[in-house]
Design a protein around this ligand. Sequence first.
Ligand SMILES: NC(=O)c1ccc[n+]([C@@H]2O[C@H](COP(=O)([O-])OP(=O)(O)OC[C@H]3O[C@@H](n4cnc5c(N)ncnc54)[C@H](OP(=O)(O)O)[C@@H]3O)[C@@H](O)[C@H]2O)c1
Length: 243
Amino acid sequence: METLKNKVVLITGANRGIGKSLVKACLEKGARKIYATARDVNKIPDFGNDRVVALTLDITDNTQILEVLEKTKDTEVLINNAGVLSPGNILEGEINAIENDMNVNYLGTIQMMQAFAPILEKNTPSKIINIASIVAYSPLPSIAGYSASKTALYSATLSVRIELEKKGVTVHAVNPGAIDTDMNKGSDWEMPSSDEIATIILDKVETGTLDIVPDEIGLGMYNKWKEAPSKLAAFFSELYHSK
Ligand SMILES: NC(=O)c1ccc[n+]([C@@H]2O[C@H](COP(=O)([O-])OP(=O)(O)OC[C@H]3O[C@@H](n4cnc5c(N)ncnc54)[C@H](OP(=O)(O)O)[C@@H]3O)[C@@H](O)[C@H]2O)c1
């Protein structure tokens, strides 16, 4: 088992939600240093621990990515958590919103992987952990642009997993169902907290699970998909048309 104890971790979108919880969970796991990055460095909470180093990082800005890279060359675990969600289906969805989801969730995460791969190859054994979504397996049409961006991200994750597999870099995909964060504001579903889920994600990473579905709601959906992809599609169809 390859634990996170004494590891140097970089987390994107660390100011709130799952990213913030992942910082706390990394502290609990005994990580040596955690680069907590966010678009607005002033929004990064005080974690009360000098193992946390706060840095400004918008993952769609390649200049900022390269500036951060210069300061974080000891990174051993890259957690690509930052993401956005615009509601809307394909036929009536705002094209700018669909483009923004793709820019952040897919292209932004790819830029991060391209920038950090060379140093992760030096700092082996190392890891990339990409937070995609359960909708990577089958689209939910009420969030169709987001679903497409996460399917694309999951595909890129599987590709990079193979590209790096002989280089000492393990690549994990995390595909949650529904977690209680700002992203799900207004939902009446009963959802687990991001603190709970962050600990489960890191436990599964430590045991070497490559594709991680950390929550019960997600697991229910994942099991339908595993039985037959059409079963998850039918479930999402019911959800979509029940509104
Ligand atoms: N919550 C769920 O049910 C769920 C399910 C499946 C997957 N996920 C995924 O989990 C990840 C975390 O989501 P969350 O639930 O914690 O949502 P959240 O509370 O809305 O947090 C999203 C985070 O991403 C950051 N972010 C957005 N655009 C960015 C950019 N261009 N550069 C850097 N950071 C950026 C946000 O920063 P700002 O504060 O600056 O906006 C924020 O820190 C996302 O990738 C999301 O798609 C969530």
